[in-house]
Write a new protein. Sequence first.
Length: 225
Amino acid sequence: MKTMRINPFEQPQIVQAIAMVYQQSFGSEPWNEGYICPVCEKVFARTFSHKVCPACAERSEVVLVVEYWPIGKIISDFYREMKKTNPICIVAQSDEKTIGFAWGYQVFANPDLDEHLDAPDLHKSLHGDFFYLDECAIAPAFQKKGIGKLLVGHIFREQQQGQILLRTKDNSQMCNLIKNMGGNSSAYLTRKSYNEINRSIKLPAALHKTKQGCFSFHQTKKPHH
Ligand SMILES: [Zn+2]
């Protein structure tokens, strides 16, 4: 197992592999974004083996579910993120096979960032430049082996901003990972519309690099809107 920084504009085969890991990982627990019903918007894990939405079937409507994260969308989103300021993409490989990734880019705390992250008023609690850890995932078969910690550690070493911003579910594996690296968890805002697509619970948190090279979250109380 190794982690390495890649240039996605020179290594398209790795981009394809990243997209497949993305689809597998976010299609499984705890996200379960495998398929979505285009009519009622109910979401199903990748293990869902029916082609027809059961909720719509109860109303005698036959609706085919579609992939929640089509490979083409993952790839186009990814390249768009990699065109942002100071992007970094790290992949984990085992036997030359890509099994995990972490990527992000530089952001500045301002109202535009609030909008980008669906986190109203976030900039009121943050100041300056951050490395935004946009996505990190490990293929399900390789989870719980410490690979996420290696990826995040590699990102922390490469980034220049000294402050990390990320969103994740409360008590997610990422929260626990950050805590185990010496940080305290912290959460800001959720947005109601997110709840509807099961992603609301991605909470933004600010992480600050200390002189000792470890990381700590700034604790703030979760505001209610
Ligand atoms: Zn439906």
